[in-house]
Design a protein around this ligand. Structure first.
Ligand code: SAM
Length: 279
């Protein structure tokens, strides 16, 4: 497996990560401990904080954009004014799980629906298993980015529908059309905006979104995968919501972690729950 991402160290409210040839230091609230390897931070290419934005370290150059391969998925990264890059590396282990689960399954409905799909990591994980994918995000620029990423992965001609829309509006329309999907993945933000400014609040809207997702799954669906980066949301909570709502089936959960070489302390960065119907 090709992987150019690694967590190098964390501590004192920051994380140090390698994305290919670029090493970045960014804020990380969870890293309440001391740094394990203070010397590692000397190799940093650029640093981000909310007050000053991005600052190149020493004589290093901060590229406007660059390409990395993370767990066999290639992506263009671009530092944003909010300190994001266009990938959440804590989701990388899930990409493999998505590909492996779908490889053992058959397309019976409209394929995989990826909601809040951002730069497309999970979309490409599903597409590389041979499934048609519907990729939805309210941000036009993120959908363009995901499309460019698909091309970088030789998936430019894969059967992927690219949709810029508000999640709940789109789900209502798909239900009216009678469409059914084999699998659904969703990564709702704590707070977000639809394509026409519609508010999305995870604590207010998640259950409604999940009910709509349930209505859109085929009878013999493969899975529903919910991930959350929202602070305070725990795996048992998500499992309770998904298990209770989806009914008969099996759930599995776990933490999404930033990880690096053996010995580097992992940083928990969210939780996931996967539901599969009873066979
Ligand atoms: C937490 S990010 C998803 C990260 C992504 N799943 C990944 O792992 O790379 C949330 C995404 O949801 C989108 N979004 C926020 N509110 C939305 C809404 N109401 N409808 C559709 N997309 C929305 C944002 O544009 C953003 O790309």
């Amino acid at each position: 497996m090709q992987n150019e991402y690694a967590l190098l160290d964390s501590g004192e409210g920051r994380k140090l990560e390698r994305f290919g040839y670029v090493v970045l230091s960014r804020p990380c609230e969870q890293a309440v401990w001391e740094r394990q390897d203070p010397e590692a931070w000397a190799v940093c290419s650029a640093s981000f904080d909310r007050e000053h934005g991005w600052t190149a370290c020493g004589g290093a150059q901060m590229p406007d954009s660059w390409v990395v391969t993370i767990n066999d998925i290639t992506m263009r990264l671009k530092p944003s004014p909010a300190g994001h890059l266009g990938v959440f590396p804590e989701t990388r282990e899930l990409w493999g799980m998505v590909t492996d689960t779908l490889r053992g399954a058959q397309v019976k409905g409209s394929g995989v629906l990826n909601l809040f799909a951002y730069s497309g990591g999970a979309t490409m994980a599903a597409a590389r298993a041979g499934f048609p994918v519907c990729h939805l995000d309210s941000s036009k620029s993120m959908v363009t980015r995901a499309r460019d990423n698909a091309a970088l992965n030789h998936l430019g001609d894969a059967p992927i529908r690219w949709i810029v829309e508000d999640v709940n509006k789109f789900l209502d329309r798909e239900i009216r059309r009678g469409r059914r999907y084999d699998a659904i993945m969703l990564d709702p933000p704590s707070f977000g905006r639809g394509a026409r400014g519609e508010q999305y609040k995870i604590d207010r809207d998640l259950v409604l979104t999940l009910e709509k997702c349930k209505a859109l799954l085929t009878e013999k669906s493969v899975f529903l995968l919910l991930t959350s980066h929202t602070r305070g949301v725990t795996a048992p909570q998500l499992e309770g919501v998904v298990g209770g709502l989806m009914g008969r089936g099996k759930t599995a959960t776990g933490e999404m972690e930033l990880t690096g070489a053996t010995g580097v302390r992992a940083v928990s960065s969210g939780v996931w729950v996967q539901w599969k119907p009873e066979q």
